[in-house]
Design a protein around this ligand. Structure first.
Ligand code: L34
Length: 293
């Protein structure tokens, strides 16, 4: 069993990007600039945004965090988004999810200028992704494809089973991996909470992508010997043994599954850091106007 070290891969990619950012800076006399809107004080969201800021610092990007109160109205949040859409110094920005219940994620996503949508969540980017056109890929699926590429994991002709159908992971990764492309050409089955015989279907997988948000959902009995297992889940669970009182676990029972898999991503240190990397890559593309002029 080999561990897919997302932390190490993201550090390698950031190190090699530093030089490109220096060249960009000399050529354009500015640096790429990412902004993040953070609504409320969800501790997990704060931690993820702080990892994004740290990564910007590491590669030499400028970053700005706009912190807004939990009880901000939807209209006021949209005004903040419009300011960022109009700000010429900002290449790309994100609105960290989840949002408070009273705010519509759909309305917020639609308000973001798709040319600055470095999360790749706007339907224009999603639609372009589905048709194989140049676009910002959603950060987590993008990060997963970078990991498969880096570890030379063949996807062509393989049976990929995705567990979970969210707009930001399950659905887009299933589209990406079934497309005709280098990391693609797979036969994909997208499973979810209403899927019948889910255990049996996952047992057929050469590659399992677990993104259902339930701690330890994928167990060893569901895994074919030698399968590749990508664990997208980040769940904080209580653990009395630890001084912090909690720990991070994925959607995969790592202990059991790692005994059967050929490759597996750990949590933390697997997909999470690569999600941040996907965002960094998209921001650099935005600054270089690679996708949209
Ligand atoms: N708009 N909302 C928007 N874009 C995103 O791309 C996200 N996501 C998801 C939640 N909401 C979002 C993230 O940023 C998940 N996510 C994310 C980002 C970073 C990490 C995990 C999830 C991460 O850095 N994980 C570390 C551990 C972090 C910790 O200790 O809490 C890891 O090693 O997995």
């Amino acid at each position: 069993m080999k561990i897919i070290d997302g932390k190490a891969v993201s550090e390698e990619l950031k190190n090699s990007m530093k030089q490109d950012v220096l060249e960009y800076k000399q050529k354009f006399e500015r640096v790429p600039h990412l902004a993040a809107i953070l609504v409320g004080d969800n501790p997990a969201s704060k931690a993820y945004v702080s990892n994004k800021v740290k990564s910007c610092d590491q590669v030499g990007f400028k970053s700005s965090v706009i912190t807004l109160p939990e009880d901000i109205s939807e209209d006021d949040l949209i005004s903040e988004i419009e300011k960022l859409n109009a700000d010429k110094d900002i290449d790309g920005f994100i609105v960290q999810l989840p949002l408070p219940k009273h705010i519509s994620e759909v309305r917020v996503t639609l308000a973001i200028d798709h040319k600055k949508d470095v999360d790749g969540f706007h339907p224009i980017n999603f639609g372009r992704m589905a048709q194989g056109l140049p676009c910002y890929l959603p950060a987590t699926p993008y990060g997963i494809t970078m990991l498969l590429d880096r570890y030379n994991i063949e996807t062509a002709g393989k049976h990929v089973v995705v567990v979970g159908r969210s707009n930001i992971v399950g659905t887009p990764i299933s589209i990406l991996l079934s497309r005709k492309s280098k990391i693609g050409d797979a036969t994909v089955t997208l499973t979810h909470s209403k899927t019948k015989n889910l255990h049996y279907i996952v047992q057929q997988a050469d590659i399992v992508i677990a993104a259902i948000g339930i701690p330890g959902f994928v167990t060893a009995d569901m895994i074919k010997d030698g399968a590749v297992v990508i664990d997208v889940g980040i769940n904080r669970v209580e653990d009395d043994q630890l001084t912090s009182g909690s720990k991070l676990v994925g959607d995969v029972d790592y202990e059991g599954v790692s005994k059967k898999s050929s490759f597996i991503t750990p949590v933390p240190g697997g997909v999470g850091p690569m999600t941040v990397m996907g965002l960094i890559m998209n921001t650099f593309k935005a600054a270089q106007k690679t996708i949209y002029s």
